[in-house]
Design a protein. Structure first.
Lengths: 408, 235
């Protein structure tokens, strides 16, 4: 076995230029896979972060049924207990409470339906990007209880600007009677997301609770985790722990199913690309091995004549494929690492671009993971061996006398 | 046989036809032949007379269309591919016209190759390599690669490889064709000497008159048949 490996390794260096070109072609395929995987991982993290960090958070807790009905009466059960629990969670970086209801916002010029949200500005800041996207005014920096922050699109519709007055009408919990109050526009944000810029109106939590007749009740607790892995659906212990007493805790994967779908689609694209690349690589390997075999027909004839079994020849050619794979993997991983490291340093500027309902807020950086340098190279290695079986079979089956005759 | 020697090769009405669609070419047309152990025999004849085909049939590289071939009392013509590979490995040594050696293996590794196939231990292999290199006058060439030595030296190494596994039969197909006459003569003398020392049987397919001069038997083929079988007593 050791001798055959040595022979195979030396054989692939007989034609150094051809081996280098074939190895480089396979290596470029591998480098592309590594880089694309790293880019997709970075894109995934960026998309999830952009989508969840805008407003929703990476997880939310509600009263059961609230997400479906938005019923103002369905406030979270035992909120104090839930909040105390979250405050102790190691994996939770931040959380914030919200009260909300659909309502109507009116200006002297126009009227629109909105999701009227009461929030706590201080705990909201680390969780969402509303404060970061303020275009005019500020994000509840003053003491005024009647401040309201709205999106740019809504401001345009209502034809209001900073300092202008608007009236919000909502339906109260319990009685169902209408509550109305006047607010002064203190901030206008712009997310470049239609739903956010045109469909929300934010006030202080206390004011919203008062208008909605909730007392200290809240409808939603949005959560940000220290790691995205903790926010995944698979972290069942967390979601189960807070899905008690009539409440439900759900991951962003449930809150933003369209994002999960898009990410799945991206992975499918990677698989499709991998299949395509592997197909090209397969032709490269087969071509290289056949050229090498046909050049050495007489030699194969000699080694068969002196007593090498067909299996021995097959093994030799497969090992040559393996040796080519090792060389290609060395080139591919180094190339993949270099490209990824460069882009990790420079980043790709997708900021402001909306993709599948998500606007990228940050530079896109690929993410390196050890598995990229284990799984893909291993796949290339075994795939190369598999592809090598075909030329190996041809070499093993060739007629010895023909091989000896043709090449002389 | 009654001369005290054993029969090594027995060919009985051996025929070989090659077919290409409807065209049938008879390369060997009924050869009956016996070769005894220790012979130094030249098979001669013009191109297309069937020399190489006959060699291929004896060694099991090709199967006869009709007839039987025994080598060391084993019916070669009925062996499976794997049995033939093992049989050649253990009982037949080959020397070809050129390109005998694997260029990426050193002289030592080339000679070791068949012994590796035989599963001999490293010590045994290296011992035999040293001994045979001394016999062919190529001590010190162990680590050289074939492209770095002359054509004559390469043929010497090919002879060493063919003999080192101690087969009963050495088949040499035009072994001097690519060598100058002086080198060819020296090589033939060396093989003749090894033949005398070891008792191995040498069978040459050749056009070379130098081989004919040194052979103690000359079999002439023409159109796939034995037309002359001359035994000679040499000094």
């Amino acid at each position: 076995m050791g001798f055959t490996i040595k022979l195979a390794w030396r054989n692939i260096f007989r034609n150094k230029r051809r081996t280098f070109i074939a190895g480089l072609a396979i290596g470029v395929g591998l480098a592309t896979l590594i880089f694309t995987d790293a880019l997709i991982l970075g894109m995934k993290a960026n998309m999830i972060h952009s989508a969840t960090a805008a407003y929703s958070g990476e997880g939310q807790i509600h009263r059961q049924g609230f997400r479906l009905t938005q019923d103002v009466e369905k406030t979270i059960n035992n909120p104090a207990e839930v909040i105390a629990g979250l405050a102790k969670e190691e994996e939770v970086e931040a959380f914030t409470r919200r009260a909300m209801s659909f309502g109507m916002i009116t200006s002297p010029a126009n009227v629109s339906s909105v999701l009227f949200v009461g929030l706590d500005p201080e705990s909201e800041k680390p969780l969402s990007h509303i404060d970061d996207n303020i275009q005019q005014g500020d994000f509840f920096s003053g003491p005024e209880a009647r401040d309201i922050v709205i999106g740019s699109q809504l401001a345009d519709l209502l034809e209001v600007s900073l300092g202008d007055r608007v009236v919000v009408t909502v339906s109260q919990a319990g009685s169902g009677s209408l509550a109305q109050d006047m607010f002064r526009v203190s901030g206008i944000y712009h997310f470049n997301i239609k739903e956010m810029d045109g469909g929300f109106a934010f006030v202080r939590l206390g004011k919203a609770q008062e208008m909605l007749g909730l007392g200290t009740g809240v409808h939603e607790i949005a959560i940000k985790f220290r790691s995205l892995d903790s926010a995944a659906e698979g972290n069942t212990s967390f979601w189960e722990k807070y899905s008690v007493n009539g409440n439900e805790a759900v991951s962003w994967m449930v809150l933003l199913p369209q994002l999960k779908g898009v990410l799945n689609m991206v992975w499918i694209s990677l698989i499709f690309m991998a299949v395509l690349l592997f197909g090209i690589v397969a032709f490269g390997i087969i071509n290289t091995l056949f050229m090498s075999i046909y050049e050495r027909m007489f030699e194969f004839g000699v080694i068969r004549a002196v007593g090498t079994r067909p299996g021995g020849v097959r093994r030799l050619v497969v090992f040559e494929a393996g040796a080519l794979a090792v060389l290609s993997i060395a080139m591919g991983t180094v190339l993949g690492l270099i490209i990824t490291l460069i882009v990790m340093k420079t980043g790709i500027d997708y900021r402001g671009i909306e993709f599948a309902g998500t606007t990228f807020y940050e530079m896109l950086y690929p993410e390196l993971h050890l598995q990229q340098f284990l799984i893909y190279p291993a796949a290339v290695f075994f795939f190369t061996l598999l592809v090598g079986l075909y030329p190996a079979g041809v070499a093993a089956r060739m007629s010895i006398s023909d091989a000896l005759r043709k090449s002389l | 046989m009654n001369n005290g020697k054993e029969r090594l090769i027995v060919a009985e009405d051996v025929q070989k036809e090659f077919r290409d669609d409807d065209i049938v070419v008879a390369a060997v047309r009924g050869i009956d032949l016996t070769v005894e152990t220790g012979e130094f025999t030249a098979v001669v004849g013009p191109s297309g007379s069937g020399k190489t085909t006959f060699f291929n049939l004896i060694s099991g590289l090709e199967r006869p269309t009709a007839g039987k071939i025994w080598l060391k009392d084993q019916l070669v013509s009925k062996m499976s591919g794997r049995e033939l590979a093992d049989f050649r490995r253990d009982h037949v040594g080959f020397i070809f016209q050129a390109y005998n050696l694997i260029p990426v293996l050193t002289v030592e590794e080339n000679i070791e190759y068949i012994m590796l196939l035989q599963g001999l231990a490293k010590e045994e292999r290296r011992g035999r390599v040293r001994k045979i290199l001394a016999e062919i006058g190529m001590e010190g060439f162990e680590r050289r690669f074939p492209p770095k030595i002359s054509g004559g030296q390469q043929q010497r190494v090919a002879i060493a490889r063919a003999m080192v596994s101690r087969p009963e039969l050495i088949l040499a197909d035009e072994p001097t064709a690519n060598l100058d006459s002086q080198t060819g003569a020296a090589l033939l003398d060396m093989m003749r000497e090894l033949n005398r020392k070891t008792g191995m049987t040498f069978l040459f397919s050749t056009h070379d008159p130098m081989v004919r001069e040194r052979a103690d038997r000359v079999i002439t083929l023409k159109d796939g048949r034995v037309v002359e079988d001359e035994r000679r007593a040499l000094n």
